[in-house]
Every structure is written in structure tokens, then in C-alpha cells.
Design a protein around this ligand. Structure first.
Ligand SMILES: *[C@@H]1O[C@H](CO)[C@@H](O)[C@H](O)[C@H]1NC(C)=O
Ligand SMILES: *[C@@H]1O[C@H](CO)[C@@H](O)[C@H](O)[C@H]1NC(C)=O
Ligand SMILES: *[C@@H]1O[C@H](CO)[C@@H](O)[C@H](O)[C@H]1NC(C)=O
Ligand SMILES: *[C@@H]1O[C@H](CO)[C@@H](O)[C@H](O)[C@H]1NC(C)=O
Ligand SMILES: *[C@@H]1O[C@H](CO)[C@@H](O)[C@H](O)[C@H]1NC(C)=O
Ligand SMILES: *[C@@H]1O[C@H](CO)[C@@H](O)[C@H](O)[C@H]1NC(C)=O
Length: 501
């Protein structure tokens, strides 16, 4: 979402505040890992990302299946930074893991502790499991939002200062054993909203970095244990979300730079196909060549094939592209048509006997309640027919700061079968996690909307019950209450779906 009422207020604010970015303290041991985050990196592979306040010549992770016997070690040469950042982003990829197994790991440092994760399920493993969809989650505390005004939304966070009273991160930490990974398409931290706190007005460059440092530290207890699969949102684009002001941003705070530094080496490229069909293998290989993590890519995990897309750049009239409507001048990150060609090859490769379920997730929705500024028509033009053709089951978006569920739909029309074996994808918006901009009111109803909620912070859980039933629930972050529950039935009788409208 967009907020830029401050421009006129700026001189006034500047006249009466003192600069003061709320940077976290730098640990005296500069090798201390901070801002840990992990990701699924391949069928038997996880990547570990973290930041340090010094460059590492060789980032390493020790790991093993017992906490007191970390017998294996993986290293990389990847320790990168950019102008204006105080930290370096490090990443290491662990390969050859046994599937669905608990691994313990310790980031090599004179000041680190042992953590653990569960390795990815093999594509085709039909064990039921749950994932979360969490979008538009921002920093809380001095540079972000608080929920002081409503104590019923109070929560505590393991390993994070409970006085900060966050709700969604608290719930994700409390329920950490109930879900296997998080799909997370965009809008992290809200560093580009630094100007909403008067204390930051004279020191925007530092405030932007401070917010990123704070946010990714707040999230580390969750993101260091559960894979968070990222793709970009508009708040990753540049230093301030004010149209046509990119030229005012310092070098390092333009063009999705932090996003690329942080996730560029940890998000996966598409996998080799696990189908025995040769056409599927060819399409999957094509998708692998066209994938461009962390912007667009796919991965398989148990019963699901997940494809992450970039709704910000790299398609005609992309809103954050060089001539885009948002005026943020980002990208392109691929060649012309690369993302659309990727999506087509990727979805065509999905063998439903291996992964019956297909989810596509991106930031901006094309179905939303409220006014027309909530929907991305160029996104719909670029992607909707491809999702329909290849029988995508569920499409997940955010950007609008609330929770919404739609009937399976195509070109604005509800599928005649409803939730009982539709041809069209079911759509949700899961943008209610909480950030400094607040929640978006539900606003005007929209065709095919069945449910919408903006009374409190919330997010979605998605449960693959079996090959034919997928349950979507929306959870109130503060209480854990289920706000809405629905089950999508799909017969999944065709091995390769390709349908015309
Ligand atoms: C060691 O790490 C902990 C937790 O990250 C941090 O609080 C502490 O300051 C670090 N100690 C040193 C000596 O840097
Ligand atoms: C790091 O780079 C050096 C030289 O470029 C190379 O020999 C070494 O194998 C690399 N190490 C890793 C872990 O990638
Ligand atoms: C958190 O909640 C406590 C009371 O439960 C309140 O005193 C405190 O001010 C709150 N802190 C923030 C940052 O909202
Ligand atoms: C492989 O899949 C394609 C559809 O993508 C299908 O046309 C073809 O018949 C399949 N080949 C075999 C050997 O099953
Ligand atoms: C953004 O970065 C990409 C990849 O590095 C580059 O191709 C593109 O030209 C950049 N866009 C702008 C507006 O600087
Ligand atoms: C929108 O209208 C539909 C059909 O009348 C209704 O079922 C749905 O609950 C409404 N959505 C909201 C958010 O009120």
C-alpha cells in the first residue's frame, strides 16, 4: 500500500525534531550472527542466511542430525554488502540432506548457538502438512508500529522483548511446530516508511537501515527455524515510496538492493523435474534456466509445487518498473518476457501425480475488495490466463492490509463449480500481518468475495490434507482464533493440466 501524505509536512517536522535512527547495538564480537533466515533450496537442500557486522572471508555452517554431533560443514565465499548498509549478508547452502529430517546447525562464529530445522519433504511425499502465508509484515517498536492503543491485541514473543507487544511474529513463534514453512511474497520491515516517525526525518538513510536491522532481528527466532520463501513487494523497491523521487535515494537504497543482497543467494532456482515424463523434464529445465531468484522461481515440497512471482517488475506495465505507475523505477531483472516465459514453462512442467497441488504466490492481487487502487490490472493481464490454463489451485497475494477470500474465479467470473472441483484458481489476500501503515479497511465489496476481515492482525494457514483436499484458514494473530475456514476440493485426475477458457 502507498502512503505519501508527509511531503508537505516535511519542513515543519524537520524544524522541530532531532535526528535519531534506532539502530540495534553492534555486538562486540563482530562474528556474531544476526538476522538469521533459512530457505528451501532444493529437494535435499536448505540454505542458511545471516548477517554480521563484519565481512566474513568464508561463511560456514556446521550441522548434523544430533545437537551434540555437528559432524558436517558447509562453507561459501558469499559475504556481501552495499553502500549505506552496516552489515554483510552471508549465505551457505547445505546439500545432500535426508528428507523430512530434523537437522541441528550452528553458524560458525565465536558467539553462536545451535539451532534446528526440518529438511524439505521430497516431491511426491503425500504426508499432510501445513504452511503459512504471511504478507505485509513490518517492524514494530520505536521505528515501526505498536499496539499500545489496544491491549486485547497484546502478545508475547519467545526470545524477543515481550514489551514490544507484537502479534503476528509472536503467534508464528508460539505455533512454530505447527507449520513447515512460510510463503512470504513481499513487503518486509517497511524501511521505506522511515519518514512516518518524526525522529527519523533528518536521518532517513540511517533510519532505513536501522529498520531493516531491527525487523530481521525480530523475525530471526522464526526465520532461523522455518524456511521463509520470499519474493518482492513494492516496499523493497527503494528508500521511500513516493512516486518519482528515486533520484533522492542514496546509492544502495534503490532498485531492490537490500532484497537482492539478503535473499539473492538463499532463494532456490527451480528444481529438476521429478516426473518421469520427458516433456515435463524439458519444461522444468527451461523453467530452471528462466528462473531468477529471489524475484521469480519455484520449488516442490511434498504434495505441493509452489511458484513465486514478481508482481513489481518484469512484465508489461509492471507497477514498479522503469515506467511503472508507482514511479519507483526498479528492474528489469530479466530479459523481456523472461518472467512470463518462466511461469509458462514452470507450470506446464507440473506432474500432478507427483505434486497434486499448485500454488502461485505474489505481492499485488488482481482480486480485492475496496477501491480500484487495490488491484493490479497489469498483473492480471500478464498472469491470470497462465494460472488458469495450467490449473493452478490457489493464488496467494497481499499488498492490501487485511485478509480476504474469493471464490475460484477467472476473468472476474466465479467458477460454476465453486469449491467443488473448479477449473479456475481460488484466490486469497493475506496482507493483514501488521505494519506501520496499519490495516486497510475492507471497503466496498467485490464480485466473488466471500469473506474479508480487517478488525485485527491476521494471516493464513494452508493445509494439504491429502491429494484432493486443501484447507485454508485465516488466523487472528493476537488470539490464534480461526476467523474463516474453507476446504477446496480438486479431483486432480489429469497428470498434466492444460485447459482453455
Ligand atoms: C553474543 O551474542 C548474543 C546474542 O546474539 C549477544 O547478545 C551478545 O552481545 C554477543 N556477545 C558478544 C561478546 O558480542
Ligand atoms: C572460494 O573461492 C576460492 C577462489 O576463488 C575457491 O578456490 C574456493 O573453492 C571457494 N570456496 C568455496 C567454499 O566456494
Ligand atoms: C505493551 O503492553 C504493556 C501492558 O501490557 C504496556 O505497558 C506497554 O506500554 C506496551 N508496549 C508497547 C511498546 O506497546
Ligand atoms: C508427457 O506429457 C505430455 C503433456 O505435457 C503428454 O502430451 C505426453 O503424452 C506425455 N508422455 C507420456 C509418455 O506419457
Ligand atoms: C536494477 O538492477 C537490474 C539488475 O542489476 C538492472 O538490470 C536494472 O537496469 C536496474 N534498474 C535501474 C532502474 O537501475
Ligand atoms: C460480499 O458479497 C457477497 C455476496 O453478497 C457476500 O457473500 C460476502 O460476504 C460479501 N463480503 C463481505 C466482505 O462483506
Amino acid at each position: 500500500m502507498v502512503l505519501f501524505t508527509f511531503v508537505k509536512a516535511l519542513p515543519l517536522l524537520a524544524a522541530c525534531v532531532r535526528a535519531g535512527a534506532s539502530y540495534p547495538a553492534i555486538p562486540s564480537d563482530l562474528s556474531t550472527p544476526v538476522q538469521q533466515r533459512i530457505a528451501v533450496n532444493g529437494p535435499n537442500s536448505m540454505s542458511i542466511g545471516w548477517n554480521t557486522y563484519q565481512q566474513l572471508t568464508q561463511p560456514c555452517v556446521q550441522y548434523g542430525t544430533s545437537s551434540d554431533s555437528l559432524t558436517q560443514k558447509a562453507c561459501s565465499n558469499s559475504s556481501v554488502t552495499y553502500p549505506t548498509a552496516r552489515t554483510w549478508s552471508n549465505s551457505v547452502t547445505l546439500t545432500g540432506l535426508s528428507p523430512a529430517t530434523t537437522y541441528y546447525y550452528k553458524i560458525a562464529s565465536t558467539n553462536s548457538t545451535v539451532e534446528h530445522f526440518s529438511s524439505p519433504r521430497s516431491p511426491g511425499d503425500k504426508t499432510p502438512f501445513t504452511i503459512n502465508a504471511v504478507i505485509d509484515m513490518g517492524v514494530y517498536g520505536a521505528d515501526g508500529y505498536t499496539i499500545q492503543m489496544d491491549q486485547t491485541k497484546r502478545d508475547t514473543i519467545p526470545s524477543i522483548d515481550p514489551s514490544l507487544n507484537h502479534t503476528t511474529i509472536g503467534r508464528l513463534a508460539e505455533t512454530v511446530d505447527d507449520y513447515e514453512f512460510i510463503i512470504w511474497p513481499g513487503d518486509y520491515a517497511y524501511a521505506d516508511d522511515w519518514y512516518l516517525k518524526p525522529k527519523n526525518v533528518l536521518d532517513g538513510t540511517n533510519a532505513y537501515e536501522a529498520i531493516l536491522e531491527e525487523f530481521f532481528s525480530q523475525l530471526a527466532p522464526v526465520a532461523g527455524r522455518k524456511a521463509c520463501m520470499a519474493s518482492p513487494g513494492n516496499h523493497e523497491a527503494d528508500c521511500q515510496e513516493i512516486p518519482d523521487t528515486v533520484a533522492l535515494c542514496p546509492e544502495g537504497q534503490k532498485n531492490f538492493t537490500d532484497f537482492m543482497n539478503r535473499f539473492g543467494k538463499t532463494m532456490p532456482t527451480s528444481f529438476v523435474s521429478s516426473s518421469s515424463n520427458s516433456t515435463a523434464k524439458i519444461n522444468a529445465n527451461k523453467a530452471k534456466l528462466l528462473a531468477n531468484p529471489p524475484f521469480w522461481y519455484s520449488f516442490e515440497y511434498g504434495m505441493v509445487h509452489v511458484t513465486m512471482i514478481d508482481t513489481e517488475t518484469d512484465f508489461p506495465e509492471a507497477p514498479d518498473g522503469p515506467d511503472g505507475s508507482a514511479g519507483l523505477n526498479g528492474g528489469p531483472f530479466g530479459s523481456p518476457n523472461q518472467q512470463v516465459d518462466f511461469l509458462t514453462a514452470d507450470l506446464a512442467s507440473v506432474d500432478r501425480t507427483v505434486t497434486p497441488w499448485v500454488i502461485v504466490a505474489g505481492h499485488r492481487p488482481w482480486y480485492s475488495t475496496g477501491d480500484s487502487s487495490n488491484v493490479c490490472s497489469p498483473c492480471q493481464d500478464a498472469f491470470e490466463s497462465i494460472l488458469y490454463q495450467y490449473g493452478v489451485d490457489l493464488a496467494v497475494f497481499g499488498h492490501v492490509h487485511n485478509s480476504q477470500r474469493f471464490l475460484p474465479s477467472y476473468q472476474g467470473n466465479a467458477d460454476a463449480n465453486g469449491m467443488n472441483d473448479p477449473k479456475a484458481p481460488m484466490y486469497i489476500v493475506a496482507g493483514g500481518a501488521g505494519n506501520i501503515e496499519g490495516l486497510s479497511s475492507v471497503g466496498a465489496n467485490a464480485t466473488n468475495n466471500v469473506w474479508a476481515y480487517a478488525d485485527d492482525f491476521s494471516y493464513a494457514t494452508i493445509t494439504f490434507q491429502d491429494e484432493n483436499n486443501l484447507k485454508v484458514e485465516f488466523i487472528q494473530s493476537s488470539t490464534g482464533a480461526v476467523l474463516d475456514s474453507s476446504v477446496l476440493y480438486k479431483s486432480h485426475t489429469e497428470q498434466f493440466v492444460s485447459q482453455s477458457a
